[in-house]
Design a protein around this ligand. Structure first.
Ligand code: ZN
Length: 160
């Protein structure tokens, strides 16, 4: 019998995704949000609103979300809010670029977009398995597209 050397790791990843999917962190509507955007992934039915409060120094002081979606989209939004807080806009965008690569490329280079928080990338790696399921890539990246729209000042993001 051939053992899958990554079997245990996959199981662990699955657990993290299920935990964040069932008990999303920062699932709330902060009354003092300075930016927000809505995201829509019609392919799966995921809908999300991302809220953030950008401080005067350009630091993302708070980030939260509301919405409904599959476990992947909810877990991704939950993880995103945990790793994005305390970053500035360019750090957040670099992280998004790296995460997007991770979800779409087999040989993603974590340094392709300048300096990036590697601990945060490690945490986001639990979602990299969507690479094998192109439809799921949209679920995993919806929150990030929506965050980017909120930072740009747009009100809507769609995966379509
Ligand atoms: Zn989905």
């Amino acid at each position: 019998m051939v053992q899958d050397p990554f079997g245990d790791l996959r199981e662990l990843y699955q657990e993290v995704i299920l935990d964040h999917g069932k008990h999303p962190r920062n699932h709330r509507h902060p009354p003092d949000a300075s930016h927000e955007a809505r995201g829509d992934n019609p392919l799966c039915g995921d809908r999300i609103t991302v809220y953030m409060r950008m401080g005067a120094s350009g630091i993302i002081e708070d980030v939260a979300f509301e919405g409904r979606g599959c476990a992947i989209s909810t877990a991704s939004a939950s993880l995103m809010t945990e790793v994005i807080k305390g970053k500035n806009e360019s750090e957040a965008r670099a992280l998004f670029e790296c995460f997007h690569d991770m979800c779409t490329k087999d040989d993603a280079d974590p340094h392709a977009h300048g300096p990036v928080d590697e601990d945060a990338l490690d945490r986001l790696a639990v979602l990299a398995g969507v690479r094998e399921f192109p439809v799921r890539v949209k679920c995993a990246t919806l929150a990030w597209h929506t965050l980017a729209a909120a930072m740009t000042g747009g009100l809507k993001a769609s995966t379509e």
